[in-house]
Structures are given as C-alpha cells and as structure tokens.
Write a protein that binds this ligand. Sequence first.
Ligand code: FES
Length: 357
Amino acid sequence: MPKFHKLKVREVRRETPECVSISFEVPAEVRSEYDFLPGQHLTLRTHLDGSEIRRSYSICASPMDGELRVAVKQVPGGLFSGYANERLLPGDELDVMTPLGNFALQTDPSAQRSYVAFAAGSGITPVISMLKTVLRNEPDSQFTLFYGNKNSESVIFREAIEGLKNEYMTRLSVHYVLSQEDPGIELFHGRIDAEKCRKFCQRLIDVEAVDGFYLCGPAPMIEAVRSTLLEYGVDEQKLHSELFNTAGATNLESKRDWAKSGGIATSHITLTLDGKTYSYQHNSPSETILDAGSKVASDLPYACKGGVCCTCRAKLLEGEVEMEVCYGLEKEEIAAGYVLTCQAHPKTEKVVLSFDE
Ligand code: FES
C-alpha cells in the first residue's frame, strides 16, 4: 500500500529557468520504504491557499545515487509547480508518498541489451533515472536517447547528460531535437513526430536489435512514435510509455456525460483499504468511484485524477465498472482485473473493489 511520510526538503536546485529539482531527507527508519526502480514517481502532498494539493513527479535520481530527488517543471498557472519553483526552500516539509509506477526499468548487471528512449520536455525525468542506472549497472548495454525540446535553454539535465556522454562515450548516444531553434541539421530540427521517427529508424536505430523502447512526453509524441515503431515491426511488449502532460491527456477524449449515458442509476459499492471494509450507495452516475468513495473512506489513495499515475489502482473483485480513460495501467493489469478508481463508474448494481491486492 502506498503511504505518505512527512519528509524535509534537503535541496532545491535550479535545473533550467523553468524547472527545479527537489531532494528529500529520508530518515533511516523509513528509508527502505522509498526504494524505487528507475522510472517510478513520487506523489507530493501539501496545502496551498487552504486547499489540499497532490501532484506526482518522476524521480530523476538513479537508485544508485543514494538520494531521492524529483524534478518539477513550472507550468503556466500551475499551483504546486509555481510554489516549488518560486517559494519552496530547504527545511520545508512535504508529505511524500512511497514510490509507485509501472513505467520502470529493472536492470541486470549480466545483461547485454540495447535501449532506446524518446523523451520530450520534462518527460526526460524518469528517462534520466533509467539512463544513469543502465549505464552504471549494465556495463554491456547501450542506450540511445532522442530528446525533444523547444530550444537548447529548455533542455533539462543537459549538464548531467553531457557528463554521462563523456563518461560512457561508446555506450550512450544522445540526439537533441529542437523545435524553435535551428540546430544546423535538418533531421534534428522540429518536433519528434511520425516522420522524424521514421527517419531515425532508417538512419540511427537498429530497430530489430532493440530490447526496450521507453517513451515519455505528451500524448501526440507518444502516439506518433508508438505507431511508427509498430509499423517497423516492433513487438508491443517492447514498448513502454508514460504520458507526461495530464492537460494533454484530458484533451484526448471529450468528457462523456455520465449522468445521461452509460452510468447505472444506483450501485452498492464495497471498498477494502488497509484491511478495513467500507460500503456505500453510489447514487450519482457522474461521480467516479474514487470521488464518491472518498466521502466514506477519507484515505483512498490518489494523485493525478487523470488516469495516468495509477495511485488510485484497485482490483475489481465483483461487478463491472467502466473507465473514462486509462493511460497508466499495463494490459496485463487490466486483464488481471485492476482498474483506476479515479476514472471508474459503476456499471452493475453491486461492485466490490480492493485497494489492498
Ligand atoms: S489518481 Fe492518478 S490514475 Fe487515478
């Protein structure tokens, strides 16, 4: 079960004019709870202007760095990202959830693999953790990174990436793709879209030799790269992606009016969390199970409420639900009965869910 602990901010480091990284002091007694795989994220919780705010941010450190650090890019009007970039100081405390996330890479020192990542903007955050860990922990593996940004000033972790390039010259290839600055080579000017990806596959990637593709960025980039790689015959099992722009995510599909269509008028819901069982009558088809259930069980876990982070994942034990969107769950999890409660609406008169499985 994911759990919050109050952690002290150790350092707030400016990475670019629009992005800071934040490291935390993790007391010895809870340290093992913060073990993570490269690619996973933390949910941060605090109160701003009288409201509780929760946001998920990917861990940018490698498990081998011995620190817990996330990167927070300032988004226009973003309440938490503005606070983190402008006001957060070392010594401040935040509630930090234990690490979560399926977009993760497990390294093996004896493996000889080839990895390719496509990242855009702050989508580099989980990827840099993967990249550092592979280079340090899999000495026979190769990593190729395609990293899209507006211009060279907005490249997050440029210094760290360049340092890794120098240290692992024969094992790491990095290709920056800039949309608002001419890098001098047409191939690297523009956005990472299907056409660019095709060219990269023809000229720079030995597609068949790649063991894992990791895509992280806004939905249009992920969809374009994913469909191009499938065109090139890449096995779906080798494709891993994480959507990194929930604003983009909510634009992907128009919101359905659940009060008028699809939802069942009333359903009896049973939820298990931390060994305790809660029951309630779900009488509002437009409300998600997470929102309605939180009125009876105040600690139901959530972060993004956008179908991305999977913090609200629960196993459906009885009945049926329908999700509005589901970006975060893997196919195998869906097949095993897991659902995202922040997106789920009951479809049967009785629904039983467990957050503990
Ligand atoms: S809270 Fe993030 S997927 Fe539901």
